[in-house]
Design a protein around this ligand. Sequence first.
Ligand code: FES
Length: 157
Amino acid sequence: MSSEAIGKKDLSRRDLLGLTAIGTATIAGLATLGGSLRLVKPNVHFEESTQFKIGKPENFPEGTVRVFDDKNCFIFSDSDGLYAVSSICTHLGCIVSLTEWGFQCPCHGSKYNPEGHVIGGPAPRSLEWFEINQDVDGSLVVDSAKTVAAGTKYIFT
Ligand code: FES
């Protein structure tokens, strides 16, 4: 092998090492730039609020029942006040129906009395009752993330 051929082989090895270094630096730079750009956008998950307005107290005269299907909630008004009961069955999460004797689940037949206590079927516990408060604008607000004991009612002031 001639010395010129050995020189070319050494030179191409240097070129290969140089290209490898440049490639590695470029990839590292792009990864760093990508990571930096990701920091500009906040890493936030937007979830629907658990609080929802149901209207003014005068919209709930004594004896009314209103169904908020999109919120999975029943609102009842009686002589003691207002209360919110979940329509989500505590067995596997189907939506219960209102009956003349309470609530019934169409999926596996769980039955609940008018206060949401289990009276039949596989449901392991009572329907949840949600907290009701009044907003500064006078509207009533239900918070489905805050459960209250069965029988807890919002009393009009
Ligand atoms: S989901 Fe209601 S009884 Fe099974």
